[in-house]
Write a protein that binds this ligand. Sequence first.
Ligand code: ADP
Length: 179
Amino acid sequence: MRRTVSNVTIESVVGDIAAQPDMEAIVNAANAQLQSGGGVAGAIHKAAGTNLAEECRPMAPIKPGEAVISGAHNLPNKYVIHCLGPVYGADTPEDKLLAKCYRMALLLAEKNNIESVAFPAISTGAFGYPFNEATIIACRTVLRMIPELDAVNLIRFVLFDKSDLAAYEKRLYQYEEID
Ligand code: ADP
């Protein structure tokens, strides 16, 4: 599904974040060291090749809520924006830190004149953030940033399975109910 608000299209799809060739930037649910790992980081580093980890090394470590940008190497994109989500129950306040990830990623995209950005569901895997709560924060933060966006005109949420997609669709397309 997709919806357009003030010239910014937001869409949600089921797929692999490392296989979004039409997007200028993809977002990594990174670890603090910006190295490969499981889940999203594993898929991105595997597809990008070892030069991604090499490029990222001098930028590490990053703190929860922070974001940094790198090239995409063997990925079909131009950039990777690496965000460190909060570990649920450990990095507090989780909701503010998770919102900050989405915000910092979009601000970095703007700064680099990036038109399209694909996000995974940051913190909802190994970091244990309950999926529905994380979905509300992701959708609310992105929708609220729309008035600040000039360069970015396409935002895609890439979810791993259909039930994850359904959670996003419920939130994204009921804009008025998000506060
Ligand atoms: P975190 O460490 O921030 O929790 P994970 O990578 O463990 O990040 O998981 C984040 C979310 O991304 C989870 O909902 C997981 O199911 C999903 N996910 C895992 N691999 C991929 C992938 N290749 N593409 C898109 N989503 C993925």
